[in-house]
Design a protein around this ligand. Structure first.
Ligand code: PLP
Length: 368
């Protein structure tokens, strides 16, 4: 399928691969000769059982998920997991606490939510200026914590971990909502990984959870039944009606990633797209400025300000408007930080990032 004229750099819900949309459209009214749409299939039908089973199998292949990990598809988004994680894991040890490595708005929100259910230790000093992931040698992790929590890519600030924290046996929990399947990861280093679908792996509605078997079955008695991982694992994600269409789209995205060459190819593409963008920023003589320290820069969400060595909000507004007129959309930074944010998830092509780079070069020439 031809790529579309508009390039969507939205942080999420975000661009989906053209091939996925094309296939979903072809199958829309009559899925697999059932005569109905996936949306109309029972979640207990053999067709849907195959859809969810294949999605899990393809994900296991893509991430090389070991057998002692369970995969579930749930509702409630990333935010639902901010509650589900402490409700399920805080009681792994009696009287224990959880360590939270807060490096941006999403891990901050998650830590705040977790405080309702247990004692939380914020590993890093409190700040609202998230521009760096401090070196692990500066952290003090509690060896008796029930788990250590972090967000591998902070979507709002554009800060990304370039390493997996070392926790000396304490289960590691990671919010990978905005960078899952964009790079190789060793699943065996994690106790639990979760990711909302609407950025790198599909459309809004479904959330993926990968959990090590030995962490299942410790939910607090007040944990809502739907949030109890034991319920979801024990019922293959169909304890109640799951977000069937979103799971179907996720499955198509996994197939697409496989066809493209897997996670390895996604990683190569993402290195290329992000370096194209960081290069033009760094070589602009201060016209574009990225506030994030080099070793902490995200390959998914590239944030920057515009102005000759200082922020110029009027110029940023013009940038967003003119880019939009050129078909380059959804570039406005998050309302809490301002500026520009370019989200280059897996579905964004290298040539689409190049189109934006060309626009940025012209914009600087005219407005400097
Ligand atoms: N975690 C990260 C890293 C996110 O970027 C987001 C949303 O953008 C969330 C969690 C919250 O996800 P949801 O809106 O699905 O609850």
């Amino acid at each position: 399928m031809e790529s579309r004229k508009v390039v969507n750099f939205s942080p999420g819900p975000a661009k989906l691969p053209e091939e996925v949309l094309d296939r979903a459209q072809k199958e829309f009214l009559n899925y697999n000769n059932t005569g109905v749409s996936v949306m109309e299939l029972s979640h207990r039908s053999s067709d849907f059982t195959k859809i969810i089973g294949n999605a899990e199998k393809d994900l296991r292949d893509l991430l090389d998920i070991p057998d002692n990990y369970k995969v579930i598809f749930v509702q409630g988004g990333g935010t639902g997991q901010f509650s589900a994680v402490p409700l399920n894991l805080i009681d792994l040890k009696e009287g224990a606490t959880a360590d939270y490595i807060v490096t941006g708005s999403w891990s901050a929100k998650s830590a705040k939510e977790a405080e309702k259910y247990g004692k939380i230790n914020r590993v890093l000093p409190k700040t609202d200026k998230y521009t760096v992931i401090p070196d692990q040698s500066q952290w003090k992790l509690n060896p008796d914590a029930s788990y250590v929590y972090y967000c591998s890519n902070e979507t709002i600030h554009g800060v990304e971990f370039q390493f997996v924290p070392e926790t000396n046996g304490v289960p590691l929990v990671c919010d990978m909502s905005s960078n899952i399947l964009s790079k190789h990861i060793d699943i065996s280093k994690f106790g639990l990984i979760f990711a909302g679908a609407q950025k790198n792996i599909g459309c809004a509605g479904a959330t993926l959870v990968i959990i090590r078997e030995d962490l299942i079955g410790f939910a607090d008695p007040v944990c809502p039944i739907l949030m109890d991982y034991k319920t979801q694992v024990g019922n293959n994600s169909v304890y109640n009606t799951p977000p069937t269409y979103s799971i179907y789209i996720m499955g198509l995205v996994f197939q697409w990633i496989k066809e493209q060459g897997g996670v390895h190819q996604m990683e190569l593409n993402s290195k290329k797209k992000s370096s194209l963008l960081y290069d033009i920023i760094d070589n602009s003589n201060g016209f574009y400025q990225c506030p994030i320290e080099r070793d902490s820069r995200s390959r998914m969400n590239i944030t920057f300000r515009i102005g000759v060595n200082e922020e110029d909000e009027a110029l940023e507004k013009r940038f967003i408007e003119e880019a939009h007129q050129s078909g380059l959309i959804s570039l406005k930074g998050h309302r809490s930080v301002g500026g520009i944010r370019v989200s280059v998830y897996n579905a964004v092509h290298v040539h689409e990032a190049e189109r934006l780079v060309d626009f940025m070069r012209d914009f600087q020439r005219v407005n400097q």
